[in-house]
Design a protein around this ligand. Structure first.
Ligand code: SF4
Ligand code: SF4
Length: 309
């Protein structure tokens, strides 16, 4: 059995079902309205959607995730205590990004901005668009980037304010009331995943959209991914569609030599990108060190380089 193909199929079933309904619009137009859920005269009934279906008949967003994880156990309840702080006992959230499917559309970048209210110039997730090779033997590549929610996060131990911690389910969080914006964690992250938010003046980064995950929903970037390149799931659950693919496909992690053990996995990551991921330079980066040597300033708040004054 091809586990890879099967799990990818399960993971995308929600989108396919929705697309199937969308394509059914053609059938509505050329077929009978009754077959498409409208009335016999083809007149839309109150409550019908644009496709002539009742909204309930459409597959809700994130259905594949809910099917795999039983949404009834989610949402903030007294039995979970402070779920936002401690996370889910026994789960280990992770993400799988299939670079063969990423089309570089930046829908994930935009979705994250809207969901998490991220100001201009800084990003919790972004998709660098790079050219590999030397002309004329070149090819284009996209590399979605975000916090890796590392198994051993180097960002936590350096925080002098105790403002960043890891939940039981692996999500690395920041307490924005405790953070004083010193940038130590920004400097310590080998993946350039953190930045200083120019509005809040605190450290900031991807949280796997924990506010959505805690409600049984997918992270906004996964929900929005046009290419179906991003999957999210529980690495502790061998039956999870994402985990089955992680276990059965050849997967890579960014900079495996850091010892951080990232929990964001890739399919189709070239060695060139794996150890030298393109992105926005932070204090940790080689680019930053080069800029320092070249006597330039790097404004970490705006993400822009400026000459010394
Ligand atoms: Fe921390 Fe960076 Fe790992 Fe995210 S990617 S957990 S910010 S070390
Ligand atoms: Fe790639 Fe999906 Fe992001 Fe589009 S939404 S850039 S396909 S990861």
């Amino acid at each position: 059995m091809n586990l890879s193909a099967q799990s990818g199929c399960v993971a995308q079933s929600g989108r396919r079902n929705f697309l199937g309904k969308a394509l059914g619009l053609t059938a509505v137009t050329i077929g009978t309205a009754a077959a498409a859920g409208g009335d016999a005269a083809g007149v839309k009934q109150p409550g019908d959607d644009a496709f002539g279906d009742t909204p309930q008949s459409l597959t809700p967003a994130g259905t594949d995730f809910e099917l795999a994880h039983d949404r009834s156990v989610y949402a903030y309840t007294a039995k979970d205590g402070d779920l936002a702080k401690v996370g889910f006992e026994g789960k280990r959230w992770g993400m799988l990004i299939d670079l063969r499917k990423c089309v570089g559309c930046q829908a994930c970048t935009a979705a994250c901005k809207f969901e998490n209210n991220i100001p201009t110039g800084v990003f919790r997730t972004w998709v660098p668009d790079v050219e590999l090779g030397t002309y004329p033997d070149t090819k284009r590549a996209f590399l979605p980037r975000l916090c890796n929610h590392c198994e051993r996060p180097s960002c936590i131990e350096v925080c002098p304010a105790g403002a960043t911690w890891q939940r039981k389910d692996g999500i690395v969080e920041i307490d924005y009331d405790l953070c004083w914006g010193c940038g130590a964690c920004v400097n310590a992250c080998p993946y350039d995943a953190r930045f200083i938010n120019p509005i809040t003046k605190t450290a900031d980064k991807c949280t796997f959209c924990s506010q959505r995950v805690d409600q049984g929903l997918l992270p906004a970037c996964v929900e929005t991914c046009v290419g179906g390149a991003r999957q999210f799931g529980d690495l502790n659950d061998p039956n999870d569609p994402m985990t089955r693919q992680v276990l059965s496909d050849v997967i890579q992690q960014l900079k495996p030599g850091t010892g951080n053990e990232p929990r964001v996995f890739y399919i189709g990551l070239t060695t060139e990108l794996q150890n030298n991921p393109p992105g926005i330079p932070t204090l940790w980066s080689k680019e930053q060190q080069d800029m320092d040597r070249n006597d330039h300033d790097w404004d970490i708040a705006t993400g822009k380089e400026s000459d010394h004054v």
